[in-house]
Design a protein around this ligand. Structure first.
Ligand code: FPP
Length: 258
């Protein structure tokens, strides 16, 4: 096991036997992304924040296609958090409008790209037409066999866990014999049937997880990139995958088990 110095503060452990060339890269099955920095990126261009969000939403289409081309099976993106309601109402309305449009466009795009789209998060707070658009898209794309794009809308990891506990309690009333374990608990989460991400990427330089998939990211590798989301490219995604390939994943054990 070698230690590679990547900065004064951070070291990554690299199993030399695991080093691969680009054409032998191990592609993670599931990548999660916190698409941060739309506002800062727009400001840098002398534009308003809404321009940044529109560009961010356009970039998601590009990156989802790139992820699919690379052989990634699941891509989860944080589009709107349970905390984002605290933003000015004009920005919230703009983001909801973008989501509406994204969901509508996705019916056509999902068919063209053979992409399945699912949404996680608390739907009850969303406008009825957005809930309907989500349901139509999920139904229309459910048999597509390419990339599964999982969009987190009005999503918070803590909120998801509380909802899962409540759903479990109802089930326990009906079936007192059931025993709670990690596998069973996972079945009550929004991400039921979707494997945990191996890799989580956050753009824009912030080094935190912001209530995103807090149960599912327990053993994921985190990759933080300085670029803002609208300027994040498929090459940057590939860089993150290369970095992921250099890390030895031990899941609390002693040897590489990935
Ligand atoms: C962070 O930028 C971005 C969000 C609030 C969530 C991501 C939203 C999008 C990519 C656009 C809408 C998405 C879809 C799927 C239609 P920020 O506003 O926090 O930027 P800042 O940190 O620079 O202020």
């Amino acid at each position: 096991m070698n230690m590679i110095k990547v900065s004064k503060l951070f070291y990554i452990e690299v199993a030399m036997a695991d080093m691969t060339t680009t054409d032998q890269l191990k592609i993670p099955k599931h990548v999660a992304i916190i698409m941060d920095g739309n506002g800062r990126w727009a400001k840098k261009q002398g534009k308003n924040r809404t321009y940044g969000h529109k560009s961010g939403s356009d970039n998601l289409k590009v990156i989802a296609r790139a992820a699919s081309d690379m052989g990634i099976k699941y891509l989860t993106v944080y589009a709107f958090s349970t905390e984002n309601w605290k933003r000015p109402s004009t920005e919230v309305s703009f983001l909801m409008g973008l989501l509406r449009q994204y969901l509508k466009d996705s019916i056509k795009n999902a068919k063209k790209d053979n992409m399945r789209v699912v949404v996680i998060g608390r739907r009850s707070d969303l406008d009825p037409d957005i809930r309907e658009a989500i349901e139509s898209l999920e139904v229309a794309s459910k048999n597509h066999t390419g990339l599964t794009l999982q969009i987190a809308i009005n999503y918070g990891g803590r909120d998801e866990i509380i909802r899962a506990i409540k759903a479990y309690e109802i089930e326990k009333e009906k079936h007192p014999d059931i025993e709670l374990d990690e596998k069973l608990f996972g079945d009550f989460l929004d991400t039921k049937d979707i494997p945990d991400p191996e890799l989580m990427i956050r753009t824009s330089g912030e080094v935190r997880s912001s209530n995103f998939l807090i149960w599912q990211l327990a053993y994921s590798e985190f990759f933080f990139v300085k670029k803002h989301w609208p300027e994040f490219t498929s090459d940057d995604l590939m860089e993150a995958i290369k970095a992921y390939n250099k890390v030895s994943r031990r899941f609390g054990g002693l040897k590489d088990e990935s």
